[in-house]
Design a protein around this ligand. Structure first.
Ligand code: GDP
Length: 315
Protein backbone atom coordinates (compact mmCIF):
# COMPACT_ATOMS: atom_id res chain seq x y z
CA UNK A 1 0.00 0.00 0.00
CA UNK A 2 1.26 3.41 -0.93
CA UNK A 3 0.07 5.23 2.16
CA UNK A 4 2.56 5.28 4.99
CA UNK A 5 2.14 7.19 8.21
CA UNK A 6 3.11 6.97 11.83
CA UNK A 7 0.37 6.74 14.41
CA UNK A 8 2.24 8.96 16.85
CA UNK A 9 0.27 9.29 20.04
CA UNK A 10 -2.17 6.55 19.15
CA UNK A 11 -1.42 4.38 22.16
CA UNK A 12 -1.87 7.17 24.68
CA UNK A 13 -5.08 8.26 22.97
CA UNK A 14 -6.32 4.70 22.99
CA UNK A 15 -5.54 4.40 26.69
CA UNK A 16 -7.36 7.67 27.44
CA UNK A 17 -10.44 6.34 25.63
CA UNK A 18 -10.31 2.94 27.33
CA UNK A 19 -9.89 4.54 30.78
CA UNK A 20 -12.79 6.93 30.26
CA UNK A 21 -15.22 4.49 28.61
CA UNK A 22 -16.75 2.86 31.68
CA UNK A 23 -18.21 6.26 32.63
CA UNK A 24 -19.41 7.13 29.14
CA UNK A 25 -23.06 6.93 28.11
CA UNK A 26 -22.80 7.79 24.41
CA UNK A 27 -19.88 7.76 21.99
CA UNK A 28 -19.92 10.34 19.21
CA UNK A 29 -17.78 9.58 16.21
CA UNK A 30 -17.19 12.49 13.90
CA UNK A 31 -16.89 11.30 10.29
CA UNK A 32 -16.14 13.03 7.02
CA UNK A 33 -19.40 12.98 5.03
CA UNK A 34 -17.40 12.64 1.80
CA UNK A 35 -15.88 9.35 3.00
CA UNK A 36 -17.84 8.11 6.01
CA UNK A 37 -16.61 4.52 5.92
CA UNK A 38 -12.97 5.39 5.38
CA UNK A 39 -12.95 8.17 7.96
CA UNK A 40 -14.31 5.87 10.68
CA UNK A 41 -11.68 4.32 12.90
CA UNK A 42 -12.10 0.52 13.12
CA UNK A 43 -10.14 0.52 16.38
CA UNK A 44 -12.72 2.85 17.90
CA UNK A 45 -15.52 0.54 16.81
CA UNK A 46 -13.73 -2.29 18.59
CA UNK A 47 -13.12 -0.29 21.77
CA UNK A 48 -16.64 1.12 22.03
CA UNK A 49 -18.66 -1.90 20.87
CA UNK A 50 -22.04 -2.00 22.62
CA UNK A 51 -22.12 1.69 23.63
CA UNK A 52 -24.88 3.86 22.20
CA UNK A 53 -23.33 5.63 19.23
CA UNK A 54 -23.98 8.88 17.42
CA UNK A 55 -22.31 9.20 14.01
CA UNK A 56 -21.87 12.80 12.91
CA UNK A 57 -21.28 13.22 9.20
CA UNK A 58 -19.36 16.47 9.13
CA UNK A 59 -18.47 18.63 6.12
CA UNK A 60 -21.84 17.76 4.65
CA UNK A 61 -21.62 21.04 2.75
CA UNK A 62 -18.90 19.38 0.62
CA UNK A 63 -20.64 15.99 0.28
CA UNK A 64 -23.26 14.68 -2.14
CA UNK A 65 -26.59 15.17 -0.36
CA UNK A 66 -28.12 12.00 -1.85
CA UNK A 67 -25.26 9.81 -0.71
CA UNK A 68 -25.23 11.50 2.70
CA UNK A 69 -28.87 10.44 3.08
CA UNK A 70 -27.83 6.89 2.16
CA UNK A 71 -25.09 6.87 4.79
CA UNK A 72 -27.40 8.31 7.46
CA UNK A 73 -29.93 5.54 6.79
CA UNK A 74 -27.12 2.98 6.89
CA UNK A 75 -26.01 4.06 10.36
CA UNK A 76 -29.54 4.55 11.66
CA UNK A 77 -30.29 0.91 10.80
CA UNK A 78 -27.57 -0.22 13.23
CA UNK A 79 -28.63 -1.08 16.77
CA UNK A 80 -28.17 1.66 19.39
CA UNK A 81 -27.00 4.07 16.71
CA UNK A 82 -28.19 7.39 15.38
CA UNK A 83 -26.62 9.66 12.80
CA UNK A 84 -26.78 13.32 11.82
CA UNK A 85 -25.19 15.32 9.03
CA UNK A 86 -23.77 18.73 9.79
CA UNK A 87 -21.40 21.51 8.94
CA UNK A 88 -19.26 21.97 12.02
CA UNK A 89 -19.25 25.74 11.83
CA UNK A 90 -23.03 26.09 11.96
CA UNK A 91 -24.49 26.33 15.43
CA UNK A 92 -28.07 25.12 15.01
CA UNK A 93 -27.28 21.75 13.35
CA UNK A 94 -24.35 21.21 15.74
CA UNK A 95 -26.58 21.67 18.76
CA UNK A 96 -28.89 18.92 17.49
CA UNK A 97 -26.36 16.47 18.81
CA UNK A 98 -27.54 17.29 22.33
CA UNK A 99 -31.13 15.96 21.98
CA UNK A 100 -29.80 13.12 19.79
CA UNK A 101 -27.48 11.98 22.59
CA UNK A 102 -30.22 12.35 25.20
CA UNK A 103 -32.48 10.10 23.13
CA UNK A 104 -29.72 7.47 22.94
CA UNK A 105 -29.34 7.35 26.73
CA UNK A 106 -32.82 8.13 28.06
CA UNK A 107 -32.02 6.97 31.59
CA UNK A 108 -29.33 9.62 32.00
CA UNK A 109 -29.85 13.34 32.56
CA UNK A 110 -30.41 15.71 35.45
CA UNK A 111 -27.77 16.82 37.95
CA UNK A 112 -27.57 13.44 39.69
CA UNK A 113 -26.99 11.46 36.53
CA UNK A 114 -25.48 13.85 33.99
CA UNK A 115 -25.12 12.57 30.45
CA UNK A 116 -21.48 11.82 29.69
CA UNK A 117 -20.53 11.81 26.03
CA UNK A 118 -17.18 11.01 24.43
CA UNK A 119 -16.34 12.62 21.10
CA UNK A 120 -13.80 10.97 18.80
CA UNK A 121 -12.63 11.41 15.24
CA UNK A 122 -9.63 11.15 12.99
CA UNK A 123 -7.39 14.22 12.65
CA UNK A 124 -8.71 17.02 10.47
CA UNK A 125 -12.30 15.78 10.46
CA UNK A 126 -13.44 19.05 12.06
CA UNK A 127 -13.60 18.21 15.75
CA UNK A 128 -12.01 21.45 16.96
CA UNK A 129 -14.34 23.44 14.73
CA UNK A 130 -17.37 21.58 16.07
CA UNK A 131 -16.30 22.00 19.68
CA UNK A 132 -15.68 25.71 19.17
CA UNK A 133 -19.10 26.04 17.58
CA UNK A 134 -20.75 24.18 20.43
CA UNK A 135 -18.74 25.81 23.15
CA UNK A 136 -19.71 29.32 22.14
CA UNK A 137 -19.73 31.36 25.30
CA UNK A 138 -21.35 29.11 27.80
CA UNK A 139 -19.12 26.05 27.74
CA UNK A 140 -16.35 25.57 30.23
CA UNK A 141 -13.13 24.00 29.02
CA UNK A 142 -11.46 22.17 31.85
CA UNK A 143 -8.36 20.08 31.43
CA UNK A 144 -7.06 20.12 34.97
CA UNK A 145 -9.79 18.43 37.01
CA UNK A 146 -8.87 15.22 38.79
CA UNK A 147 -9.40 12.24 36.55
CA UNK A 148 -9.25 14.31 33.40
CA UNK A 149 -5.97 13.78 31.68
CA UNK A 150 -4.25 16.38 29.56
CA UNK A 151 -5.28 14.24 26.62
CA UNK A 152 -8.88 14.91 27.25
CA UNK A 153 -10.98 17.99 27.74
CA UNK A 154 -14.35 18.21 29.35
CA UNK A 155 -16.82 20.60 27.75
CA UNK A 156 -19.97 21.42 29.70
CA UNK A 157 -22.75 21.85 27.14
CA UNK A 158 -25.55 21.96 29.71
CA UNK A 159 -25.62 21.53 33.48
CA UNK A 160 -26.25 17.83 32.98
CA UNK A 161 -24.43 17.27 29.68
CA UNK A 162 -20.67 16.75 29.55
CA UNK A 163 -18.72 16.25 26.38
CA UNK A 164 -15.28 14.65 26.72
CA UNK A 165 -12.94 15.43 23.87
CA UNK A 166 -10.20 13.07 22.69
CA UNK A 167 -7.27 13.76 20.36
CA UNK A 168 -7.74 12.83 16.70
CA UNK A 169 -6.86 9.20 16.09
CA UNK A 170 -6.29 7.55 12.73
CA UNK A 171 -6.67 3.85 11.93
CA UNK A 172 -3.90 1.84 13.57
CA UNK A 173 -3.26 0.20 10.20
CA UNK A 174 -5.09 1.00 7.00
CA UNK A 175 -6.19 -2.37 5.65
CA UNK A 176 -8.48 -0.97 2.95
CA UNK A 177 -6.57 0.40 0.01
CA UNK A 178 -9.36 2.71 -1.17
CA UNK A 179 -9.61 4.13 2.32
CA UNK A 180 -5.94 5.05 2.37
CA UNK A 181 -6.37 6.97 -0.85
CA UNK A 182 -9.64 8.61 0.19
CA UNK A 183 -8.13 9.70 3.50
CA UNK A 184 -5.10 11.13 1.74
CA UNK A 185 -7.24 12.92 -0.87
CA UNK A 186 -9.43 14.51 1.78
CA UNK A 187 -6.52 15.70 3.93
CA UNK A 188 -6.90 13.14 6.71
CA UNK A 189 -3.32 11.92 6.32
CA UNK A 190 -0.23 14.11 6.49
CA UNK A 191 1.20 15.36 3.20
CA UNK A 192 4.48 13.47 3.60
CA UNK A 193 2.87 10.08 3.95
CA UNK A 194 1.70 9.59 0.39
CA UNK A 195 2.50 10.09 -3.24
CA UNK A 196 0.26 12.76 -4.73
CA UNK A 197 0.34 11.31 -8.23
CA UNK A 198 -0.90 7.96 -6.98
CA UNK A 199 -3.54 9.54 -4.74
CA UNK A 200 -4.81 11.77 -7.56
CA UNK A 201 -5.21 8.75 -9.86
CA UNK A 202 -7.15 6.87 -7.18
CA UNK A 203 -9.25 9.97 -6.50
CA UNK A 204 -10.16 10.33 -10.18
CA UNK A 205 -10.98 6.62 -10.34
CA UNK A 206 -13.40 7.02 -7.41
CA UNK A 207 -14.95 10.23 -8.67
CA UNK A 208 -15.45 9.63 -12.39
CA UNK A 209 -18.11 6.91 -12.31
CA UNK A 210 -20.55 9.19 -10.46
CA UNK A 211 -19.36 12.67 -11.40
CA UNK A 212 -17.74 12.50 -14.85
CA UNK A 213 -19.71 15.49 -16.11
CA UNK A 214 -18.41 17.65 -13.24
CA UNK A 215 -14.84 16.92 -14.27
CA UNK A 216 -15.71 17.61 -17.90
CA UNK A 217 -17.25 20.95 -16.98
CA UNK A 218 -14.47 22.01 -14.62
CA UNK A 219 -11.63 21.33 -17.05
CA UNK A 220 -13.47 21.74 -20.38
CA UNK A 221 -12.82 18.12 -21.28
CA UNK A 222 -14.49 15.97 -23.91
CA UNK A 223 -15.83 12.47 -23.40
CA UNK A 224 -14.01 10.76 -20.51
CA UNK A 225 -15.09 7.18 -20.99
CA UNK A 226 -12.30 6.34 -23.41
CA UNK A 227 -9.57 7.79 -21.18
CA UNK A 228 -7.56 5.89 -18.61
CA UNK A 229 -7.15 7.59 -15.21
CA UNK A 230 -3.59 8.46 -16.19
CA UNK A 231 -4.78 10.06 -19.45
CA UNK A 232 -7.49 11.94 -17.61
CA UNK A 233 -4.96 13.35 -15.16
CA UNK A 234 -2.70 14.36 -18.05
CA UNK A 235 -5.62 16.11 -19.78
CA UNK A 236 -6.40 18.00 -16.58
CA UNK A 237 -2.76 19.10 -16.40
CA UNK A 238 -2.78 20.13 -20.06
CA UNK A 239 -5.94 22.20 -19.64
CA UNK A 240 -4.53 23.94 -16.62
CA UNK A 241 -1.24 24.92 -18.15
CA UNK A 242 0.77 22.33 -16.30
CA UNK A 243 3.25 21.86 -19.13
CA UNK A 244 6.98 21.44 -18.78
CA UNK A 245 9.70 22.30 -21.29
CA UNK A 246 9.17 20.24 -24.43
CA UNK A 247 5.38 20.25 -23.93
CA UNK A 248 5.25 17.31 -21.52
CA UNK A 249 2.56 17.50 -18.87
CA UNK A 250 3.74 18.09 -15.33
CA UNK A 251 1.80 15.23 -13.73
CA UNK A 252 2.88 16.18 -10.22
CA UNK A 253 1.35 19.61 -10.69
CA UNK A 254 -1.78 18.12 -12.25
CA UNK A 255 -2.11 15.77 -9.28
CA UNK A 256 -1.79 18.60 -6.76
CA UNK A 257 -4.34 20.63 -8.68
CA UNK A 258 -6.84 17.76 -8.81
CA UNK A 259 -6.49 17.05 -5.10
CA UNK A 260 -6.82 20.72 -4.18
CA UNK A 261 -9.86 21.15 -6.41
CA UNK A 262 -11.52 18.17 -4.75
CA UNK A 263 -10.71 19.46 -1.25
CA UNK A 264 -11.95 22.96 -1.90
CA UNK A 265 -15.23 21.78 -3.39
CA UNK A 266 -14.37 23.07 -6.89
CA UNK A 267 -15.82 19.84 -8.34
CA UNK A 268 -19.07 20.48 -6.49
CA UNK A 269 -20.41 18.33 -3.69
CA UNK A 270 -18.84 14.91 -3.97
CA UNK A 271 -18.93 11.72 -1.91
CA UNK A 272 -16.25 9.15 -2.64
CA UNK A 273 -17.95 5.98 -1.39
CA UNK A 274 -21.32 4.37 -0.69
CA UNK A 275 -22.05 2.04 2.24
CA UNK A 276 -22.14 -0.96 -0.15
CA UNK A 277 -18.85 -0.08 -1.78
CA UNK A 278 -17.17 0.41 1.55
CA UNK A 279 -18.42 -2.86 2.96
CA UNK A 280 -17.11 -4.71 -0.12
CA UNK A 281 -13.68 -3.06 0.25
CA UNK A 282 -13.68 -3.72 3.96
CA UNK A 283 -14.41 -7.44 3.48
CA UNK A 284 -11.68 -7.71 0.83
CA UNK A 285 -9.23 -5.86 3.08
CA UNK A 286 -10.02 -8.17 5.99
CA UNK A 287 -9.55 -11.26 3.80
CA UNK A 288 -6.24 -9.96 2.47
CA UNK A 289 -5.11 -9.12 5.97
CA UNK A 290 -6.01 -12.60 7.23
CA UNK A 291 -4.04 -14.13 4.33
CA UNK A 292 -1.07 -11.92 5.10
CA UNK A 293 -1.22 -12.92 8.73
CA UNK A 294 -1.48 -16.62 7.86
CA UNK A 295 1.55 -16.32 5.56
CA UNK A 296 3.50 -14.57 8.30
CA UNK A 297 2.62 -17.30 10.78
CA UNK A 298 3.63 -20.02 8.32
CA UNK A 299 6.97 -18.28 7.74
CA UNK A 300 7.54 -17.93 11.46
CA UNK A 301 6.67 -21.57 12.06
CA UNK A 302 8.95 -22.75 9.30
CA UNK A 303 11.74 -20.78 10.95
CA UNK A 304 10.93 -22.69 14.09
CA UNK A 305 10.12 -19.59 16.07
CA UNK A 306 7.09 -19.33 18.31
CA UNK A 307 4.66 -16.50 17.58
CA UNK A 308 3.54 -14.47 20.58
CA UNK A 309 -0.20 -14.81 21.07
CA UNK A 310 -2.11 -11.69 19.98
CA UNK A 311 -0.37 -9.67 17.35
CA UNK A 312 -0.53 -6.13 16.15
CA UNK A 313 -1.16 -3.21 18.43
CA UNK A 314 -1.44 -4.34 22.03
CA UNK A 315 -1.61 -0.83 23.51
P1 GDP B 1 -9.74 18.57 13.79
O1 GDP B 1 -8.33 18.19 13.48
O2 GDP B 1 -10.66 17.41 13.72
O3 GDP B 1 -9.90 19.37 15.04
O4 GDP B 1 -10.22 19.49 12.56
P2 GDP B 1 -10.43 21.06 12.47
O5 GDP B 1 -11.60 21.51 13.26
O6 GDP B 1 -9.13 21.75 12.72
O7 GDP B 1 -10.85 21.17 10.92
C1 GDP B 1 -10.00 20.75 9.87
C2 GDP B 1 -10.32 21.58 8.62
O8 GDP B 1 -11.63 21.26 8.15
C3 GDP B 1 -10.31 23.08 8.88
O9 GDP B 1 -9.77 23.71 7.74
C4 GDP B 1 -11.79 23.43 9.03
O10 GDP B 1 -12.07 24.75 8.66
C5 GDP B 1 -12.42 22.46 8.05
N1 GDP B 1 -13.81 22.11 8.43
C6 GDP B 1 -14.24 21.65 9.63
N2 GDP B 1 -15.56 21.41 9.59
C7 GDP B 1 -15.98 21.72 8.34
C8 GDP B 1 -17.25 21.65 7.68
O11 GDP B 1 -18.27 21.22 8.23
N3 GDP B 1 -17.26 22.03 6.38
C9 GDP B 1 -16.16 22.47 5.72
N4 GDP B 1 -16.28 22.83 4.44
N5 GDP B 1 -14.95 22.54 6.30
C10 GDP B 1 -14.86 22.17 7.60
Amino acid sequence: MAIQWFPGHMNSTKKAIVDRLPDIDVVIELLDARLPGSSANPLLAELTAGKPALKLLNKQDLADAELTALWLAHYQAQPGTNALALDASETAPARQLIPACRALAPLRGGMVKPLRVLICGIPNVGKSTLINTLAGQRAALTGDEPGITKLEQKIVLANDFYLFDTPGMLWPRITVEHSGYHLAASGGIGRNAYDEHEVALALLASVRPRYAERLQARYALGELSTLSDEELLADIGRKRGGLMAGGRVNLQKAAELAINDFRSGAWGRITLETPDEFSTWWAAGQALDAERQARRERRQRSRGRQLPTGHGDSG
